[in-house]
Design a binder for this molecule. Structure first.
Ligand SMILES: [Zn+2]
Length: 433
């Protein structure tokens, strides 16, 4: 055994039952054994190579941040608040024009922030695959979803070739290089746990041809495909009739002046038309981000296909959107998850902070439901085994000793608990000192 860890409370990731007085035995990337009731004479000594006796502590599944843009982390607190979405988008396009070391430093800080707040896996939307090495160095699991974005159908294949080049440069070479000459104890031998996927940007910026190339590839290779959709009322106007703020933005960038609109909603465009040849068996690896403004047949399509849908509560509040339609989506049976979006529209990457904003938006929501959205529902995207040793262990709050799960989580959500330790893929990636 690699680790023996004693905690007063352990949440079973399958049954979501809270177990008391538990010793976890971790071997490789999995929890090999859960000993309940502390029935081990002689304590932890001799049970494993390393022992952690954390006492009054609550072990939960590690957080899965299902939507981030780590390569915008250098813009933390650099973009004025209160901008309209299209003005914010202009600021982001300008903000990307900085030297690569600044972007790498931002990604590194963001990974450290995430690990220190109990996140053990991130689905990152990435323009150039720059987060791959940083995720691996910090011991995080990740999907680096390569962003492809191009109106012109004639450019779709060139966009996919550019994504292939990123894979060659960031994944194959980093894997070879790290394996060959990674000498330091902190450097990983490979990019284990970090893989790539695809992310067509949004149906108002990206052609049907490029969506189909990306989704066809993701589907065929069993990868994650994620896309922004139905984020703003302006997107709905533009997709339906090529009018409104996004039309103005497109004209500013000289894009596709002949477009007249699709006469439908963005969600229906994707699920009912562009991706429909593959759907029906898509499962949780199709991750639709935002879906803030469902209308028409959108909910019926989502109920039929049951993709993953990601809500980013703090970023949602930052842009002043209408309350996220949580209860409508719960009824569809879709796999609901939480994400942070980027530090250009969020003050942090702490998933308890996302849950806190979720509770502010929907005070009656089950905290247990929110925890599922922040943890095990995200694991479904990554196809993680139930026994994965991806864990976040928290200081038991005062008054938390005898509480049932829902009440205990309510204490956590309001009070930003202290992380005692985090494991990802069986490795200790964060530890309070
Ligand atoms: Zn995003």
């Amino acid at each position: 055994m690699d680790y023996a860890v004693r905690v007063s409370h352990y949440l079973d990731p399958v049954t979501f039952e809270l177990q008391r007085d538990v010793i976890l035995l971790i071997s490789g990337v999995n929890v090999a054994e859960v000993i309940v009731g502390g029935e081990v004479s002689g304590g932890l000594d001799g049970l494993a190579a390393h022992t952690l006796d954390l006492g009054d502590a609550v072990c939960l599944p590690g957080f899965v941040n299902a939507h981030a843009h780590l390569d915008l982390s250098h813009l933390h607190r650099q973009v004025p608040r209160g901008l309209a979405f299209t003005d914010w988008a202009r600021a982001i396009i300008a903000g990307r024009q900085v030297p690569a070391p600044i972007i790498h430093a931002g990604i590194d800080d963001a990974c450290r922030m995430a690990a220190a707040t109990g996140t053990t896996a991130i689905i990152d939307i990435s323009v150039g695959g720059m987060s791959a090495g940083a995720l691996a160095r910090h011991g995080l699991r990740g999907v680096v979803a390569l962003e492809v974005l191009q109106w012109d159908p004639a450019q779709a294949e060139a966009q996919m070739r550019a994504a292939d080049e990123v894979v060659r440069r960031r994944f194959q070479l980093e894997s070879d290089r790290l394996g060959a000459d990674a000498g330091g104890a902190t450097a990983p031998a490979t990019l284990a746990g970090v893989d790539f996927g695809y992310s067509p940007h949004a149906p108002y910026t990206t052609s049907r041809e490029l969506y189909q190339l990306a989704y066809g590839r993701a589907y065929g290779e069993g990868r994650v495909m994620t896309t922004h959709v139905s984020e703003t009322p302006a997107e709905l106007d533009f997709v339906r009739s090529a009018t409104g703020q996004i039309a103005d933005l497109m004209r500013q960038f000289g894009a596709w002046p002949g477009f007249a609109g699709h006469g439908t909603t963005p969600i229906e465009l994707l699920l009912g038309d562009w991706l429909s040849p593959w759907l029906g068996e898509s499962g949780p690896r199709l991750v639709l981000v935002h879906c803030n403004y469902p209308s028409g047949n959108d909910r019926d399509l989502i109920a039929a296909i049951r993709p993953t849908i990601c809500w980013c509560p703090r970023s949602h509040a930052y842009f002043g959107h209408q309350p996220w339609p949580l209860y409508q989506y719960l009824e569809t049976g879709a796999n609901l998850v939480l994400g942070t979006d980027s530090l250009a529209s969020n003050d942090g990457l702490d998933m308890w902070g996302e849950m806190q904003f979720a509770v502010q938006a929907h005070p009656d929501v089950s905290r247990t439901q929110l925890l599922r959205m922040a943890t095990v529902n995200g694991r479904a995207i990554l196809d993680l085994a139930d026994g994965a040793a991806d864990l976040a262990i928290w200081d038991l709050p005062t008054g938390g000793e005898g509480l049932e799960l829902e009440k205990l989580l309510n204490l956590f959500v309001g009070n930003h608990p202290r992380l005692l330790a985090a494991f990802s893929q069986g490795n200790l990636i964060a530890r309070a000192i």
